[in-house]
Design a protein around this ligand. Structure first.
Ligand SMILES: [Zn+2]
Length: 380
């Protein structure tokens, strides 16, 4: 089996780079199908249209309805084809990214991804996650290439609610944990080959960057500030995590995320990276990692308000049958849990979910008791 690494053709990141969109897109096409939802379009319309106009790029706007579903993708593709667009620009969150890639691939044009939040590592990859109209995970859709351009304006990212950045950290923290499992099992990644040393190093750098700068970036973005920590975390959430997962491979954490989407009434309000964070803790439990290592992850997650217990996922009252549904969906045929270096059954996943929940609760209770003691001392 050969090794392979895939990545976006160009990645541009910095404060205010949205104003350079036109110049960056100009070599790729002269009629853009611009996809964004109403809220995002309201925020970026002026900057985007000015920039594209200055570069003499015609624009057809397609309002994105909110779900990366086959129906939505078909509708937008039709609009782009009727207008004769020759480049697709997706502006917004992970579901717009995924839809823009699918639309571009189906139209046979290039595609540009402009994330306005750093909540997932979807922007750089050559795959789309397709959901039903109700938001239930359906399948991965693979495209012949990665985006032609990914453009990330950190000033825009820092103005979004901090929960998005934290969720992106949750997604990014899974990258090394899942890459490590694939490096051990030597299963091929989404790149079509085994992990290169470069991709492995990028995945590890993602982990290290998030532990070094994750909390400080969240604190800065709470103030809508762009600091070097924010730049580092946006790069980790987007580029490092994107290359890391795609060219090293996913494993249990994302399969458990996909399993959690089955209980959509309880978990649909949670973001991808929030569910992945709990999936990552569960993978560490499944792997039998030392509690000290698991607690390091739980500590960071709790500091930045990522879920670490079933209760945090609105599953505190979930029945054993419901949790079994999650475990069985996580082990479905073709799921990335089968990239683990050992065979995984639904029973093992069920126990890992319960163990992860217990670790998260124990860590929180201990933290609260220490805090309570400190207060008592302070009170005296
Ligand atoms: Zn992810």
């Amino acid at each position: 089996m050969h090794a392979a690494l895939i990545a976006p053709n160009k990645y541009v990141q910095g404060r205010g780079v949205m104003a350079e969109l036109g110049n960056q897109v100009q070599p790729l096409g002269d009629h853009a199908l611009v996809m964004a939802d109403r809220v995002v379009w309201g925020l970026v319309e002026q900057t985007v249209t000015d920039s594209l106009n200055q570069a003499n790029i015609r624009q057809t706007l397609a309002t994105f309805g909110g779900e990366a579903s086959d129906r939505e993708i078909d509708q937008i593709r039709l609009k782009g084809q009727e207008a004769g667009a020759n480049i697709v620009i997706g502006i917004g969150g992970g579901k717009v990214s995924d839809s823009a890639k699918a639309v571009g691939a189906q139209m046979g044009t290039g595609w540009v991804i402009v994330p306005t939040i750093a909540s997932t590592d979807a922007p750089t990859s050559a795959l789309s996650v397709i959901y039903s109209d109700e938001g239930i995970f359906e399948r991965y859709l693979f495209h012949p290439k990665n985006p032609d351009l990914v453009l990330v304006d950190t000033a825009v990212i820092a103005r979004a609610p901090v929960r998005f950045l934290a969720a992106g950290i949750g997604d990014g923290l899974s990258t090394w944990v899942e890459a490590r499992a694939n490096l051990e099992s030597r299963k091929p990644a989404m790149s079509g080959g085994l992990a290169t040393r470069a991709a492995g190093a990028i995945a590890k750098l993602c982990w290290d960057t998030l532990f070094t700068y994750g909390e400080s970036a969240v604190l800065a973005v709470e103030q809508q500030s762009v600091t070097l920590a924010v730049e580092a975390v946006v790069e980790a959430n987007t580029l490092l995590s994107g290359i890391g997962f795609e060219s090293c491979g996913l494993a249990a954490a994302h399969a458990i995320h996909n399993g959690l989407t089955v209980l959509h009434h309880q978990t649909h309000s949670l973001m991808h990276g929030e569910k992945v964070a709990f999936g990552t803790i569960s993978q560490l439990a499944l792997e039998g990692r030392p509690l000290s290592e698991i607690n390091e992850l739980i500590d960071l997650c709790q500091r930045i308000k990522l879920p670490t217990t079933l209760g945090d996922l609105n599953l505190g009252e979930a029945s054993p049958e419901e949790l079994r549904q999650v475990a069985e969906a996580a082990c479905a045929e073709g799921e990335t849990i089968h990239n683990m270096p050992f065979g995984v059954t639904p029973d093992m996943v069920l126990d890992a979910l319960r163990a992860a929940d217990a670790y998260g609760r124990a860590y929180r209770e201990r933290g609260q008791s220490v805090f309570g003691m400190a207060q008592e001392v302070g009170g005296n």
